[in-house]
Design a protein around this ligand. Structure first.
Ligand SMILES: [Zn+2]
Ligand SMILES: [Zn+2]
Length: 318
């Protein structure tokens, strides 16, 4: 039996194998796991998430959205492990370069090396090529301010659109994003507080014709487990955060949820499950409305991405 590296500290033994010293304590369930069992359990949870929500099919061509941060590289690694059992499925990776100078260069290098090591093709697309401008230009020229849009909003909407473009070009059948349990709960709460009308489940596979579904296989995985998995697997990642200040409302919700979940472990799961049961009851129309410009699904006449691109181009010309 291994002894715990910290002498004299009695943490008991791994709840799973009953042999090795635990390195992780899951507060909401009281389970303690050694590093071997933790890594196995981590992958098992993603597998269970995929089958519980039917996120992926055995013959999917999966495009993983990679940013160079730990969440997306962990997602790529875990899907790579799971995909070994599905010979008819295929994994691809896409990195969207918004044009935030040196920050993105690091992300791009780390992602490329990591994808190469797993023998996965990494496709890079830039805002410059797709839209004709970079995020830096939009912010520095004061256009973001003129449009009263936060850089994160512009970036988020245009990255989303860029991923769909990448998926269409590569013939992907599904897009996998690295949204975590915290990300999803934060977004639900933000939408609620902002009075968003068209609320839909996030990261679940919705069947609609000619729409590439976006799924979030890490939707039940908490951040701290992702960080621990990245550390144990030696996954390199970009530590610097994006130079643009974040949306303050999201930051406030994030801080509140972190504290709350620490005090009352398991709260995030409770919220997610209950909220999604309520969402299920809201009838979703099967008919898909399409953007008049790009043809992608939207609730409006022109989708948000096309609207933002048009107004930016307009201001850049003047
Ligand atoms: Zn164990
Ligand atoms: Zn559009």
């Amino acid at each position: 039996m291994d002894t715990h590296p910290v002498k004299g500290l009695d943490l008991g033994i791994c709840s799973n194998c009953g042999r090795r010293a635990p390195i992780y304590f899951r507060r909401y369930s009281g389970v303690k796991l050694c590093s071997t069992c933790f890594k196995e359990d981590f992958i098992k949870r993603v597998r269970r998430t995929i089958s519980r929500y039917e996120l992926l099919k055995y013959d999917d061509r999966i495009l993983v959205a990679v940013s160079g941060g730990k969440d997306s590289l962990v997602l790529l690694k875990v899907l790579y492990e799971i995909e070994q059992d599905f010979p008819r499925s295929e994994l691809l990776a896409a990195l969207i370069d918004e044009g935030i100078d040196s920050y993105r260069l690091d992300c791009s290098r780390i992602s490329r090396e990591f994808a190469n090591a797993l023998n996965i093709e990494l496709h890079e697309l830039s805002f410059r090529d797709l839209y004709g401008f970079t995020l830096n230009e939009v912010v520095e020229s004061g256009i973001a301010e003129k449009l009263k849009l936060h850089p994160c909003t512009i970036c988020g909407v245009l990255r989303r659109k860029a991923l769909v473009t990448a998926a269409r070009r590569l013939g992907a059948t599904v897009i996998a994003t690295a949204h975590t349990l915290e990300d999803i709960v934060q977004t639900y709460l933000l939408n609620l507080l902002r009075g968003e009308r068209n609320m839909r489940p996030i990261g679940l596979r919705r069947g609609a014709e000619n729409v590439i579904p976006r799924v979030a296989p890490l939707r039940l995985t908490p951040q701290r487990e992702i960080a621990l998995y990245a550390y144990l697997e030696g996954i390199p990642f970009q530590l610097r955060s994006c130079p643009y200040t974040h949306e303050s409302m999201r930051d406030e919700i994030r801080n509140f949820l972190t504290l709350y979940d620490y005090k009352y472990p398991g709260s995030l799961y409770a919220f997610l499950n209950t909220f999604e049961k309520i969402l299920e009851k809201i009838p979703q129309s099967a008919e898909v409305n399409r953007c008049e410009i790009c043809g992608e699904p939207t609730d409006r006449r022109i989708c948000r991405a096309c609207e933002i691109v048009l107004s930016i181009k307009d201001l850049l010309r003047n």
